[in-house]
Every structure is written in structure tokens, then in C-alpha cells.
Design a binder for this molecule. Structure first.
Ligand SMILES: Nc1ncnc2c1ncn2[C@@H]1O[C@H](COP(=O)(O)OP(=O)(O)OP(=O)(O)O)[C@@H](O)[C@H]1O
Ligand SMILES: [Mg+2]
Length: 492
């Protein structure tokens, strides 16, 4: 067996999923295999890259030991509850235990129709597949919990969206694909027995310590809340906008999942939205913590019957747990931003300084990524010309000077050697992000000209996002006014 499957989800009761057969791609071609990830999973990357691997990655052959299924789930989409969603275009091949003993899902996204496809064609378009591959690997390189990309292939099919597009499949690896919406699926059916089984499965898989707690389901809820608080704080610290934070796109493991319309902010502005379907800005950059809390409340609701035999007591426990989100988020957020400006100490004491900075950045259309990256050099000097690269990012550079006086006083109080501080800042402030204008140009090259060189070049740069790479300076630059991208499309 080339892939050592051990499929625990497929051993759950039959109404948790539907058995499926992946689509047989007519003329598959390999785009990329992730050697390092294959190694982690104990899969031979050369095998994966060869004809037998391509057959598996393109759905033509079901690998030995796989039990292909589509998982059932429900979800709130833009606030509206859909009791019946489920993998409409994703096929879970199974799970493997990786080299570190962690259970990981292997799934084909774009792998064909399933009983949950509703009116969809079960396919994925090439552009979104490339975006998901690139951005998830970038997030992973930064240490942000995320699903991973093991491989991408084109299927040889043309699929219909607004225009005809090449079809593609991404092979996604995840701690699991269990979502808040998976819990909602059973809660909506008042199937408490299934909820308990699902919760026990998730505890064993993602929150093993909760099993020892006095109330394991409450410990599970606390664990998921803490993981989401940390995750969304990490997103905001790198300017990431998920774009479609529906409850079916919230993994209970705490990994980022579903890179459909995601994008990164150039200028700092909390109102930034890119997703063309998010017309009301529900999932704007600055709304993400609020939405995460809302999604967690939906998760907590599903657990009420497990939290306490008495409903009112269960609701109270859920509410108390949810009260933990805001402080957990604030601690993670201010801690991450304190590190971004080169300061240690208690996150709370940095709050005023961070808030003043972000206000000035928003008022002065400051590029988020360049600012923090250049701030490292400024932190290693005493002002003067060393400040120029950051000051000049402000429409009114004196707005920086006012803030910098207080910032320098805080730096001085910590008395850390400049070069050491700069090195620490460069470990948290990426030099490169997937800038939307480059992502779009990369997709156009692949879709219109079958030119994958921009994809491979961007991937090489963005999987080392903290390293200065002078030869890739073009990728570090914000868009010129005519290059600015204002919308991303789901491509579903
Ligand atoms: N082309 C399609 N064919 C069938 N079902 C689809 C298609 N596109 C999306 N869906 C389904 O619509 C729902 C919402 O889609 P959404 O864009 O959030 O997920 P996704 O991008 O397909 O997958 P995931 O959340 O697994 O990354 C999901 O149930 C998804 O399976
Ligand atoms: Mg989704």
C-alpha cells in the first residue's frame, strides 16, 4: 500500500457520510507535488509524482486502503442556516498517521459530484485550486494553523463558470475536515447520540486532554474557543481576510480551511473586503473576531445537550465558556502585535501603543506588510534616516513621528540590543505575502496560457516568507494604482 490509510471517520455510523467514487479525470496532468509534506505523511513523493500517483490524485484509481466518502454537514452561510450541505465536491480518501503520530485527512477537493452536490457540478476551477495551494502553504510557512496542499492536478475537463475554465483538483491534507457545521448537522436533527459520538471523536482526535476533564464536552468547547481565538488573531496579524467565514468553513481543529475567496490586505483598513459575494462586508478584515465569536456561539448551541442534563444549566455553561473568547482573542492579538513592533512584556500594557499605531496607519493608507517589515530596521537604529522607509509609507509622515516617540521610549525601557530585536521582528513580520495582483496574474498565466512558471516562482518565494529574497523584490511591492485588485471570486 503506497499510502498507509487508517480511516477512523469512515468507521463512524453510516449517516455521518456518503460513500462515493471520485470523478475520473479524462486527461489529468500534474501541476505540483509537495515533497516535504509527502515526507511528513510517509508517502513517497516520487511515487506520487509518477503515473500511479497521478491516477490517485486525479481520482482515476482509488488507492489501496482508501474508503472514499463525502462528509455530511450543515452550516450558517452569511447568517442563514442551511441544514443540508456536506462535501459537494470533495472526496475524503481517508486518513494517515504521520511521522509525528498525528492523524491527517487526505481529501480530493474538486473530486466530482456526491450526494451532497445539490445543483453543483462537483468540480473545482484551476484558479481557486492554485490560490488555495499557494496561500495554504504560505500560511503554514508562517506557522498559522492551516490545511495543507499535497498536490494539484488539472483534470483535462473544461468546466462552466461565468466562462469555460480548466478543471483541477487539489489534494488537501487536514488534521480533520470536521467543521462547526458538522455538529450543526446533527443538532438540527436533534440526534444527540450522533452528537455525542462526533464530540467523542473530536476529543480523541484534537483535544485529548479534554477526555480527562470533569466535563469533557465543556473542555472541548473551551478548547475550540481558545483555538479559534488564537487562529483569528494570527490571521489579523498577517493581514489575512478569509472571506467566507460561514460555520461550514470553521474547522473544529483550529486550522484555517477553505481558501475560496481569501485575500490579503495591502493598505491597512479594517473595512477591507475582497470577496465579490460578500456584498455587506460581513467578513471584512476587522469583523473577523466578531464573526468568529458568532460562529462559536453556533457551535456552543450544538453542545448544549451534552454540557448538562438540564437545558438551562447547559445554556449557562455554554455562555460562560463563550465569555472566554474576547479575553483570549485580545491576549493573542495584542501579544502578536507587540511582537510585530519589537516589544515583549505584558500584552495588555502595549494595547494603547498598538491601537494608536493602527489608527494612524488606517488614516494614512499605510501598507500593512511593508510597514512592519521595515519597522525592524528602524527599531535597530535611533531614528533619523533609518526611519525614512517607514515614515514615507504614511500619507502624512509626521503621523509616524508622533507615534515613534512613544514607541522608542518603550523600546528603550526594554533595553534589548538593536540587531537582536530586529532579528526577532523579522521572524514575525513577513517580507512577502501573496499580494492579490500577483495572485491574479499567476492565475491568468495558468488559465489563459497554461503557463505555470509564475505559480512555481511564487510558491518558492512564499514558502520562505520571512527571508529577505532580493531577487524577488517585485513580489514584495504593493500594487501600483492600476494594478490594484478589488475583488476575488469564489470560482465555485
Ligand atoms: N462546484 C460545486 N459542486 C458541488 N458542490 C459545491 C460546489 N462548490 C461548492 N459546493 C458546496 O457548497 C457548499 C459551500 O461551498 P464552499 O465554497 O464553502 O466550500 P468549498 O470551497 O467547496 O469547500 P471546503 O469548505 O471543503 O473548502 C459546500 O457544501 C460545497 O461542497
Ligand atoms: Mg467551504
Amino acid at each position: 500500500m503506497a499510502i498507509a490509510f487508517d480511516n477512523s471517520y469512515a468507521r463512524l455510523p453510516a449517516h455521518f457520510f456518503a460513500a462515493v467514487r471520485p470523478l475520473e479525470s479524462p486527461a489529468p496532468r500534474l501541476i505540483a507535488v509537495n515533497d516535504a509534506l509527502a515526507g511528513e505523511l510517509g508517502i513517497d513523493a516520487d511515487w506520487l509524482r509518477g503515473p500511479a500517483g497521478l491516477d490517485v490524485l486525479s481520482g482515476r484509481v482509488i488507492a489501496d486502503g482508501a474508503t472514499p466518502i463525502a462528509q455530511a454537514y450543515a452550516g450558517h452561510q452569511f447568517g442563514n442556516f442551511q441544514p443540508q450541505l456536506g462535501d459537494g465536491r470533495a472526496v475524503l480518501l481517508g486518513e494517515v498517521i504521520d511521522r509525528q503520530g498525528r492523524r491527517r485527512d487526505i481529501q480530493l477537493k474538486g473530486g466530482g459530484q456526491t450526494p451532497f452536490s445539490r445543483s453543483g457540478d462537483g468540480r473545482a476551477a484551476l484558479g481557486p485550486v492554485l490560490r488555495e495551494y499557494l496561500v495554504s502553504e504560505f500560511m503554514s510557512a508562517l506557522g498559522v494553523p492551516t490545511t495543507r496542499a499535497l498536490a494539484a492536478v488539472t483534470t483535462g475537463e473544461t468546466i462552466m463558470r461565468d466562462t469555460p475554465l480548466p478543471g483541477a483538483i487539489i489534494t488537501r491534507v487536514a488534521a480533520s475536515h470536521i467543521r462547526v457545521g458538522t455538529f450543526q448537522f446533527f443538532a438540527a436533527r436533534e440526534d444527540t447520540a450522533a452528537l455525542r459520538l462526533l464530540a467523542d471523536h473530536v476529543i480523541a482526535r484534537h483535544y485529548p486532554d479534554a477526555a480527562q476533564a470533569e466535563n469533557p464536552y465543556l473542555a472541548l468547547l473551551d478548547g475550540v474557543i481558545a483555538a479559534q481565538a488564537r487562529l483569528v488573531a494570527q490571521w489579523t496579524s498577517v493581514g489575512f481576510i478569509h472571506g467566507v467565514m460561514n460555520t461550514d468553513n470553521v474547522a473544529v481543529s483550529g486550522e484555517t480551511i477553505d481558501y475560496g475567496p481569501c485575500a490579503f490586505m495591502d493598505d491597512y483598513d479594517p473595512a477591507t473586503v475582497f470577496s465579490s459575494i460578500d456584498r455587506a462586508g460581513r467578513y471584512a478584515y476587522g469583523n473577523q473576531p466578531r464573526i468568529a465569536a458568532w460562529n462559536l456561539a453556533r457551535f456552543a448551541e450544538t453542545l448544549v445537550p451534552l454540557l448538562d442534563p438540564e437545558e438551562t444549566a447547559g445554556v449557562e455553561r455554554a455562555q460562560t465558556a463563550l465569555g472566554g473568547f474576547a479575553p483570549a482573542f485580545a491576549e493573542a492579538y495584542f501579544g502578536l502585535f507587540a511582537a510585530k513592533i519589537g516589544l515583549g512584556g505584558e500584552a495588555d500594557t502595549r494595547r494603547a501603543l498598538i491601537e494608536a499605531l493602527l489608527k494612524a496607519m488606517a488614516e494614512n493608507q499605510v501598507d500593512f506588510t511593508l510597514f512592519f517589515r521595515h519597522l525592524g530596521a528602524a527599531a535597530a537604529a535611533d531614528g533619523g534616516s533609518a526611519d525614512e522607509p517607514v515614515r514615507s509609507l504614511f500619507v502624512d509622515p509626521t503621523a509616524f513621528d508622533g507615534w515613534a516617540r512613544e514607541w522608542r521610549a518603550a523600546l528603550t525601557a526594554e533595553a534589548r540590543p538593536g540587531p537582536e530585536r530586529q532579528a526577532a521582528m523579522n521572524r514575525v513580520n513577513p517580507a512577502f505575502i501573496p499580494r492579490n495582483h500577483h495572485v491574479e496574474a499567476m492565475i491568468v498565466a495558468a488559465v489563459e496560457r497554461e503557463d505555470f512558471a509564475p505559480f512555481h516562482r511564487m510558491l518558492a518565494v512564499l514558502t520562505r516568507p520571512l527571508d529577505d529574497q532580493p531577487e524577488a523584490a517585485d513580489f514584495a511591492m504593493p500594487p501600483a494604482p492600476h494594478e490594484r485588485i478589488t475583488a476575488t471570486f469564489c470560482g465555485t
